[in-house]
Design a protein around this ligand. Structure first.
Ligand SMILES: [Zn+2]
Length: 311
C-alpha cells in the first residue's frame, strides 16, 4: 500500500487520528506532523455514488437532522442557523455587489443577503434543493457548471458557507473559482476549525466520532487555512470564532449526544423556569456567561469556526 502523503504540504510524517467516523462508518482521519493539517485519507473510503446530488441531505444527514429530508423544512431551519453568518457578511456589502454563493443548498444564505446585493446567484449539486431554491423561492440557482453560466471576472464576492471542508482538491477548486472574481473581488469562506473546544479542550470520545465524518475531507486550523490560501496566491484575514455556546458544550459533556441544530445554538440551557422567574434576567445571565466563556476560549487558542475573507 502506498504511504499516505499530506494533501496540503506533501510531507510523509503522518499520524493516525481515528478510523471511526460519524454514523459508525470507517474511514481514516490522519494528521500531518509537518504542517498540522488533519485530513481524511480519501483512499480509505468510497463516497456513495451521487452523494451530494441525491443522498447527502436526503438519506445521510437525516440520521441527525431529520429536517434535511425536505427542502422546505431544512430551509426554515437553516434560515435561523445561518443568520449570524449572513449578518457578518452583510457588514461587508454596500448594496452594489454581485455575489455568487457556492454550495448554496436551499438558498437560505442567499435569502438572508439578497436585499443588500445588486445581484446574487447560487450553485449547488443537490437536485431537490436547487429546484426548491429556484422554483419555490424564485432565486437564480443552478447545478450546471459555473463556466456555462458566468464569464470570468463576474463577481465582487464568492461565498462558501460550510463548503470548502467538503472539497476533495481545494487548491484546484479555489484556482477555478478565483477566475470568476472581478479584480479586487474576494472570497468569503466559513469552515469548521479543528481547534474546536469539543475536540481539543474536552475529552469527549463520543464527540470526536461524531465530529469526524466522511463528508469533511479537510479539518483546517488557522495556520493550515492560511497555508492553503498562500499556496493558491490568495491573501487576507482568517479569523477564529466560536459559534456554539457553553450550554451546547455542557450538553455534550453530560449526554454525550448532539442536540437539535437550533437548540444547540441557543445560548440558554433548555430548561423550563418556574412561574414568575424573570426570563430576561436569566437570559442576560447566559449572554454574559457566554461572553466570558468565549474570551476564555480565544485566550487559550480555541474556537469552532474559521471565517476567511481573501482575494
Ligand atoms: Zn502537511
Amino acid at each position: 500500500m502506498e504511504k499516505v502523503k499530506c494533501p496540503l504540504c506533501g510531507a510523509l510524517d503522518i499520524s493516525k487520528v481515528t478510523s471511526e467516523v460519524r454514523f459508525g462508518l470507517k474511514a481514516n482521519v490522519d494528521r500531518c506532523n509537518t504542517c498540522t493539517l488533519n485530513f481524511l485519507d480519501q483512499d480509505s473510503f468510497q463516497y456513495p455514488k451521487d452523494f451530494y446530488e441525491a443522498e447527502y441531505h436526503q438519506t445521510y444527514l437525516t440520521h441527525v437532522e431529520p429536517a434535511s429530508f425536505d427542502p422546505k423544512s431544512y430551509y426554515d431551519k437553516m434560515l435561523r442557523a445561518t443568520a449570524p453568518w449572513a449578518e457578518r457578511f452583510r457588514a461587508l456589502l454596500t448594496g452594489k455587489e454581485k455575489v455568487l454563493d457556492v454550495g448554496c443548498s436551499t438558498g437560505h444564505f442567499i435569502e438572508l443577503i439578497k436585499d443588500k446585493c445588486a445581484e446574487v446567484y447560487g450553485h449547488d449539486l443537490n437536485v431537490k434543493e436547487v429546484e426548491f431554491a429556484r422554483d419555490v423561492l424564485g432565486l437564480n440557482v443552478d447545478n450546471i457548471e459555473l463556466n456555462q453560466r458566468f464569464g470570468e471576472g463576474s463577481f465582487d464576492y464568492i461565498t462558501m458557507i460550510y463548503v470548502l471542508e467538503h472539497i476533495a482538491d481545494p487548491k484546484s477548486f479555489l484556482a477555478y473559482l478565483r477566475k470568476f472574481l472581478k479584480p479586487g473581488g474576494k472570497m468569503v469562506i466559513l469552515v469548521p476549525n479543528i481547534q474546536d473546544p469539543l475536540v481539543n479542550l474536552f475529552d469527549i470520545p463520543e464527540f470526536r466520532t461524531f465530529y469526524y465524518c466522511i463528508e469533511h475531507l479537510y479539518y483546517y486550523n488557522q495556520k493550515t487555512m492560511n497555508d492553503l490560501f498562500a499556496q493558491c496566491g490568495l491573501a487576507g484575514e482568517v479569523q477564529v470564532l466560536q459559534e456554539y455556546p457553553l450550554a451546547n458544550h455542557l450538553n455534550w459533556a453530560y449526554t454525550r449526544k448532539p442536540a437539535d441544530t437550533l437548540a444547540a445554538r441557543r445560548g440558554v440551557p433548555g430548561v423550563d423556569l418556574a412561574l414568575g422567574v424573570p426570563h430576561t434576567d436569566w437570559e442576560q445571565l447566559w449572554r454574559d456567561i457566554n461572553e466570558v466563556y468565549k474570551t476564555f476560549l480565544y485566550n487559550h487558542g480555541y474556537g469552532d469556526r474559521l471565517w476567511a475573507v481573501v482575494g
